[in-house]
Design a protein around this ligand. Structure first.
Ligand code: GDP
Ligand code: MG
Length: 301
């Protein structure tokens, strides 16, 4: 049982959806206590975060992508192309939608994501999340109908990632779609320094959410220093932006926004890895960092 060999199935499952629909919460829930390794692709920030779940006869690697949005400039369009590539390279796509936002029907942002999923021609499951927020269970039915019509889904589930509702049936549907394959990650191995890289990705994602209308990809996150103090990890991180105006947005009134970014990113990583982190977060204006070779090398970009 659970041995690699005859009949073993495995695959990469891309988790996509607009920001805030609950992708990361769902991945955490799906991976749950059975985390054997959480590892961002080495040496690349901006890489999606992976979570591995091992079960009897299978291994699923969930790839939690940063939120997908309609591209409004070349850089974003290129990032979107990368999302599309990663969808095409995946074995299954899990498309997360937010039921609580869908009262007036599925929005344009969702349609855009679904279009990407459809174009990838990868087997896809729709997970309509946050059903716990609907006043009545029946409220979900028109949403399900609408989602069904949007694409050729293998399955459509109503779930709550926070409450865990329907998450295991969803997991079983994912496993059914896995092709035969190897164990990509060894069982029980934990990488050396994953939380700093994962934390950097979370910080970047949260900062992008704050900035999304203004400056989509002007953000780089640098982990400046890491100190271990018993079971507490102290991390000094810097958010680099390109202009003073962007710094103001990231800071927010009285530093409220950056405080929120830090708190949410830290909470996410602690939830994911079960470690305690103290995060010291600063914003710095670094003009032209995107064409600064030394800077990019330092950040492993
Ligand atoms: P992501 O941007 O798609 O990765 O979304 P997150 O996983 O960060 O979740 C965004 C917010 O939605 C967080 O505050 C979550 O706690 C919340 N959330 C996620 N799933 C659910 C759910 O099933 N029910 C409720 N009520 N909230 C949820
Ligand atoms: Mg997320």
């Amino acid at each position: 049982q659970g041995r690699e060999g005859e009949g073993f199935r495995s695959g990469f499952v891309a988790v996509v959806g607009r920001p805030n629909v609950g992708k990361s919460t769902l991945v955490n829930r799906l991976v749950g206590q059975k985390i054997s390794i959480i590892s961002p692709r080495p040496q690349t920030t901006r890489s999606p975060i992976r979570g591995v779940r091992n079960g009897p006869g299978y291994q699923v690697v969930f790839v939690d992508t940063p939120g997908s949005q309609k591209p409004r400039d070349t850089l974003r369009a290129r990032m979107q192309e990368r999302v599309l590539d990663s969808l095409a390279e995946s074995d299954v796509v899990l498309c997360v939608l937010d039921a609580s936002q869908a009262r007036e029907g599925i929005g344009r942002g969702d349609r855009f994501v679904v279009e990407l999923v459809a174009r990838s021609k990868t087997p896809a499951i729709a997970a309509i999340n946050k059903v716990d927020l609907l006043p009545r269970r029946d409220d979900a039915l028109p949403i399900v109908d609408e989602v069904r019509k949007l694409a050729d889904w293998e399955d459509v589930f109503l779930i709550s990632a926070t409450a865990g509702t329907n998450v295991e049936p969803l997991m079983e549907a994912v496993v059914r779609l896995l092709p035969p394959g190897p164990r990509y990650f060894p069982e029980g191995v934990v990488t050396d320094y994953p939380e700093t890289l994962i934390l950097a990705e979370y910080i970047r994602e949260k900062a992008l959410e704050v900035l999304r209308e203004e400056v989509p990809h002007a953000v780089a996150v640098e982990i400046d220093e890491v100190e271990r103090k018993g079971d507490l990890t102290v991390i000094y991180a810097i958010i680099h932006v390109e202009r003073p105006s962007q710094r103001m947005i990231v800071l927010g009134k009285g530093g409220r926004t950056i405080k929120r970014i830090g708190t949410e990113a830290r909470r996410d990583v602690e939830r994911l890895l079960g470690t305690r982190i103290y995060l010291d977060l600063k914003v710095k204006v670094t003009p032209g960092w995107r064409s600064n070779r030394g800077f990019l090398e330092r950040l492993g970009l």
